[in-house]
Every structure is written in structure tokens, then in C-alpha cells.
Design a protein around this ligand. Structure first.
Ligand code: Z5A
Ligand code: MG
Length: 188
């Protein structure tokens, strides 16, 4: 139908949940079914800001926490004109992480400074990592209380194929419902 806008489908979750795998599979399936769909990612590591983030994430450089948060935010703002243009042209965008990761990962760092020191978990790297992911999940769960955002929870422990089928079906519903609504403000 002419004039239909695209949907913004955001895949969020803790580390290694399978977001990138599912993002690629989803875009391929939607394109095969005749939809216009493209994959975007946060962070987008190819830009100058993205390169700073990539180096930080790979532990090749150190950055102050607030500065990192702002760089992740700036890295999303770099993509906003493209996101708006594509959606208004009717292209559905599948986002491999988005602003919710920005809130959840920074939120988890803040929780760490309060809780971790009290529990004496510093110095135990494996525990630290698991504990950090639990705090990230806790932050995502708080964000999911916002009912205006149409969150769907997927059990990522299922097979890649089963998770894909579930995400594909939900995405087609989301695309249909997005087409009925005008493009609002982006959550960024
Ligand atoms: N970050 C932040 O702090 N602030 C922000 O604003 C943003 C991000 C946007 C890098 O992100 C870091 O940036 C990340 C959050 C932070 N934190 N850390 N650490 P990233 O998205 O670039 O991270 P990544 O390196 O791509 O990892 P990931 O996204 O967490 O992984 P994933 O994409 O969820 O998983 P995957 O690569 O698709 O799959 C992982 C492996 O599991 C792979 O071998 C798959 O074949 C396998 N897999 C996938 N699904 C399954 C199932 N269902 N069964 C069995 N095996 C599976
Ligand atoms: Mg990934």
C-alpha cells in the first residue's frame, strides 16, 4: 500500500542473548517475504564516534563512565536522520540494540557502585560479570513497565529457528499495526 510507514523493531537483551543472529535472520526473512526491511545496530562502530566506542569495548582504551554514556547517545543521534527517513519511506528497521541498552548498561554501572562495594564482589571477575548482567536485566525489566512501548518478551533459550519464528510473527503484527499509526517521536 502506498504511503505506509515502516515499523521500528528493536531487539534488546543481555549479552549473548542472540540479538545479532536474530536481527540478521529477521531482515532476511522479511525481505524474502517482499517487505522492505533493513538492519541497523547500536553501537554503529563504523563512524568516528563508533570507533571510539569500539576501542573502549575492546579494552584498548579507557574512558570515563559519563563520557562513554554520552558517546553511546551521540552514536544513536548520528543515526536519527536516517532512521526517520527510512521509516517515513516505508522501510521497516530492525535495530540490534537501541537507547534502552543505553539506559540499562549505564543503570547497571550505577547499581554496581552502590551494591557491589557493599557485597565485596570486586576482584572476582566471573562473578562480577554475571552480577553485572543481572543488573542489566533488572534495568531492562524496569524499562518494560512502560506499556506505551509495546514490549514483547522472547524466551532466548529456545533454538535459533524457534526464536526466529516467534520474532518474525510478532514483527509482521508490529508492521501492520505501525502502518495504522503516524510516525511519532523516537525514544532516544
Ligand atoms: N552498550 C552500552 O553500554 N550502551 C549503549 O547505549 C549500547 C550498548 C547501545 C556492545 O554491544 C556493548 O555495548 C554491550 C552493550 C553496550 N555490552 N557489552 N559487553 P554489541 O551489541 O556490539 O555486543 P556484541 O558483542 O554484539 O554482543 P551481544 O550483542 O551481547 O551478542 P548477541 O548479538 O546478543 O548474540 P549473537 O552474537 O547473536 O549470538 C552469540 C552466540 O550465540 C553466537 O555464537 C550465536 O551463534 C549463538 N546463538 C545465538 N542464538 C542462539 C540460540 N538460540 N541457541 C544457541 N546458540 C545461539
Ligand atoms: Mg550482537
Amino acid at each position: 500500500m502506498a504511503g505506509r510507514r515502516g515499523a521500528l523493531i528493536v531487539l534488546e537483551g543481555v549479552d549473548r542473548a542472540g540479538k545479532s543472529t536474530q536481527g540478521r535472520r529477521l531482515v532476511d526473512a522479511l525481505c524474502d517475504a517482499g517487505f522492505r526491511a533493513e538492519l541497523l545496530r547500536c553501537p554503529e562502530r563504523s563512524t568516528e564516534i563508533g570507533k571510539l566506542l569500539s576501542s573502549y569495548l575492546e579494552k584498548k582504551s579507557e574512558l570515563e563512565d559519563h563520557a562513554v554514556h554520552l558517546l553511546f547517545s551521540a552514536n544513536r543521534w548520528e543515526q536519527v536522520p536516517l532512521i526517520k527517513e527510512k521509516l517515513s519511506q516505508g522501510v521497516t528497521l530492525v535495530m540490534d540494540r537501541y537507547a534502552f541498552s543505553g539506559v540499562a548498561y549505564t543503570g547497571a554501572k550505577k547499581l554496581r557502585s552502590v551494591e557491589a562495594s557493599a557485597r565485596g564482589e570486586f576482584g572476582h571477575e566471573r562473578y562480577e560479570k554475571k552480577a553485572f548482567q543481572e543488573r542489566v536485566l533488572q534495568c531492562f525489566q524496569q524499562l518494560m513497565r512502560d506499556e506505551t512501548l509495546n514490549w514483547k518478551v522472547i524466551d532466548a533459550s529456545k533454538s535459533i529457528e524457534d526464536v526466529h519464528e516467534e520474532i518474525r510473527a510478532l514483527s509482521e503484527e508490529a508492521m501492520e499495526s505501525a502502518a495504522q499509526r503516524p510516525l511519532g517521536e523516537l525514544w532516544k
